[in-house]
Write a protein that binds this ligand. Structure first.
Ligand code: ADP
Length: 437
């Protein structure tokens, strides 16, 4: 028997034995037993009341009530429960502290919000990068603090698949890539990453390519000039003139590469959307490019036709649109066999937009290559492309220009059945001459 139960039994005996004896002696046994029961009941109720009072006062383990018997056993169970609860709590607190320290140490801004965007917590980087101070801004809506219109649109649209760009606090001139991720029970976490460093590296790379290309341009022009002069000499031995024309071919390839690299870095350094003050006569550009393509050395018995189905003009940059048409048409000539058929179409597209389509019936492109065609220097057959004077930069340039004109390019092809390049432009990029509309 446990201590608690034996002391409880002692108490019962202390009350009942004297009362029973007195009952026998006096002849009032039932009354004595009732008196013993009342005394025991009173004692127990008093102990329970002390226990209750101790629990109500916060069950302080340093100030245990003086009890004995089974009530004392209850008190020691409560104390044990409390101890194990405190242990668990301090373990949990440690985990919470570690998480808080980790989030504070993160170089990215982290802001936890309700679905309505009310700030619940934020780390130090959120203060440094976005000027969100938890002590001041708790429960303030995030859109009241990040006033960038692109962020307001991003938040209000509620489509958080991809990040958006936000300007950080003016003092640091940071560019932030901000992403919102829904989590848990209707909460959002905003993560803001400082992109200034990667933007600086990107800019350094771009200006290195641009400077190197500029530096190569002048010596190349001189070399080509000398080679052209030498090629005109009639008294040149056969071996020398073959070497000179091979050198001329390679120098021309290099010149094209330098020009393409310069075009790409110029496109990257200008704003992401092309100006729309100028209108480009796409139909006449198509005719001009087709005429030039027919004169190129790769044009061999190709059948090339044009279909101009709209008088629409395109608001944008003439030189850039010329480059798109020229790259696509020349690709269709270069990368198809002699006698292939090529069609260049200019027509209205979906949602009143416009479409430039260049289609050929050449050898086509395998599906695994299609998605990679617009990567820099990606060529399906590098040897064949080089042989035809290709740089592997043409479709990169085309994609960039079309993006700057708020359009998109779709490429579809089947091996052996030709390829179609469809460039679509939105309605607000179209313009019509009043007399041709
Ligand atoms: P390149 O200077 O090599 O033409 P591009 O970027 O213009 O570079 O094109 C990338 C690659 O896409 C080419 O090397 C070629 O393999 C493929 N390609 C482009 N247009 C066509 C086409 N009309 N038919 C088949 N392949 C094509």
């Amino acid at each position: 028997m446990s201590n608690a139960w034996s002391s409880e039994l002692n108490r019962i005996l202390i009350v009942f034995i004297p009362c029973t004896l007195v009952g026998f002696i006096t002849g009032y046994l039932p009354a004595s037993i009732i008196i013993a029961l009342v005394i025991y009941g009173f004692w127990t109720v008093k102990q329970l009341a002390t226990l209750r009072q101790w629990i109500d006062d916060g069950a302080d383990v340093s100030n245990l009530p003086e009890n004995s018997g089974i009530v004392e056993q209850h008190i020691s169970s409560i104390v044990q429960l409390q101890k194990s609860h405190q242990l668990k709590q301090s373990g949990l607190q440690e985990v919470i502290n570690q998480y808080e320290q980790m989030i504070t140490a993160l170089p990215d801004a982290v802001v936890v919000m309700s679905v309505k965007g009310e700030i619940l917590s934020a780390n130090q980087a959120a203060t440094d990068l976005l000027d969100i101070d938890l002590a001041r801004d708790k429960h303030t809506r995030i859109t009241h603090l990040i006033r960038d219109p692109s962020f307001t649109n991003y938040f209000n649209e509620g489509i958080f698949y991809s990040p958006t760009e936000v300007r950080g606090i003016p003092a640091t001139e940071t560019e932030l890539s901000v992403r919102i991720i829904p989590f848990g029970d209707s909460k959002l976490v905003l993560i803001g990453q400082d992109m200034s460093q990667s933007a600086r590296i990107y800019e350094m790379r771009r200006s290195f390519v641009s400077n190197a290309s500029h530096e190569l341009r002048t010596p190349l022009t001189v070399i080509l000039g000398y080679l052209e002069t030498l090629a005109l000499q009639n008294d040149m031995p056969e071996a020398c003139s073959a070497a000179i024309s091979a050198a001329e071919l390679q120098a021309n390839r290099m010149k094209q590469l330098v020009e393409d690299l310069l075009t790409l870095s110029r496109l990257e350094s200008t704003s992401s959307v092309a100006e729309d003050h100028e209108v480009v006569p796409v139909a006449s550009l198509i005719m001009e490019v087709v005429k030039d393509a027919k004169l190129s050395s790769w044009f061999k018995n190709h059948k090339i036709s044009t279909q101009i189905e709209t008088s629409a003009l395109l608001k944008g940059n003439l030189q850039e649109i010329h480059s798109v048409i020229s790259n696509l048409v020349n690709n269709a000539v270069k990368h198809t066999d002699d006698g292939s058929t090529i069609t260049v179409t200019w027509k209205l597209g979906d949602n009143n937009g416009t479409r430039l389509i260049v289609e050929d019936d050449g050898q086509g492109i395998a599906s695994e290559d299609i998605n990679r065609l617009t990567e820099r220097f990606y060529r399906v057959d590098a040897g064949r492309s080089r042989e035809k004077g290709g740089t592997g930069l043409g479709l990169s340039i085309v994609k960039h220009i079309i993006g700057r004109h708020e359009g998109n390019m779709q490429i579809s092809s089947q091996v052996g059945k030709g390829a179609i390049f469809i460039c679509s432009f939105p309605e607000h990029r179209s313009a019509f001459n009043k007399n041709t509309q």
